[in-house]
Design a protein around this ligand. Sequence first.
Ligand code: SF4
Ligand code: SF4
Length: 416
Amino acid sequence: MRDYSQLQKEIDHCSKCGNCLAACPIYGELNIETAGSRARVFLFSQFLEGNLEVTDKFAEIMSLCLLCKNCTATCPNGVATDKLVMAARREVVAKKGLPLIKKTIFHHLLTHNGRLNLAARFLNVYQRSGLRWLARKSGILKVLPGQLSEKENLLPDMQGTSPFRKEFPKLNPVEAPKKKVAYFTGCMTNYVFQNTGRAVLGVLKENEVEVIIPDQICCGVPAEASGDEDTFLKLAEKNVRFFSEYEVDAIITDCPSCGLALMEYGEKLGTEQARKFSEKVKDITEFLVKDIELKTPKGSLPLTVTYHDPCHAIRGMKLQKEPRQLLKNIPGLELREMNGANQCCGSAGSFNLSYYDLSMKILDKKLNNIEKTEAQVVATACPACEMQIGHGVRKKNLPQKVVHPIELLYEAYQSK
Ligand code: SF4
Ligand code: SF4
């Protein structure tokens, strides 16, 4: 077993007060002590002390976590439960190995852009050729096991026929650039939400920022969150190498899960090159409101918008004001806060696939809060949240459009 002395020190500070329990969305839904954050701390401490083996039950309790960081943010004693859950998942993989499906995806798909492109192409054909219509209409998805019909609906229409990184050149120059950035697009923008990527490029061009889109690969979060640290480190090392070829002012991303992972590459890889890389990472909203003088659009966008805070943005990258400031910069746009804007939407990577019903119960609370605002648009600066909330909106036939805030800013620039 690896050295967990630092984690052990943190765990020793746990007074079992239960503050984190009240904030844990899983406990909030299931109301079972063993499904909550405090139990995860206790179980891992027992494991470290040698009183507990890695069993199927241990693995299940550790997998029942959104990694939303609510517990960590509310703990008065600074116990980072989400980090301990990740450690526990690593131990589960060390003992039992990865399930076949995850092993195939992490080892043979995420690590090869060509294969990912091919998989995305199949999905594109499925969506556009009428195959999806046929699958839904025929009812075949409903008779297949594993709630396939609902889960298939999680994936929205892909916004392009090819990956975003194939649509644009590596170098996107502007005349007399004020800054130069490298753009880490993430898989969701590359394959599903190409409009977000187009908006990022459009907004940066409008603000005279030169953009390089270096070669890159998945940030590794899906593998790391499943306990496959080896794959995560391999991907991290590749990304650092690719991006270090360029001298830039910042490395920007439109996904806070990717962003947080990139910010932690330095510490996890432990090299000087990785540390330099991580120091430059910024969310696009932060870069726009803090690093440049953001141009106010000449045109107006008369929309009511409510904003959902992605967990990894608000509690990971500590971004709360920045996306709101970006939205407030748009003339005509009215920002209407929802209750519980900072509460998890239940997406959490593949949690919504593994625990679909539970994930939907957490999402329902978010949708109710959205509905109460009567806003026309839900903005969220995270593609995974956009997918989850978009799924809920379609399922409940709600009128809201769900977008990344950068798309609204781009729309305002275009309407001048
Ligand atoms: S809030 Fe912190 S100290 Fe209290 S039970 Fe949770 S982890 Fe322990
Ligand atoms: S990270 Fe979220 S889901 Fe996991 S234990 Fe903490 S509060 Fe609960």
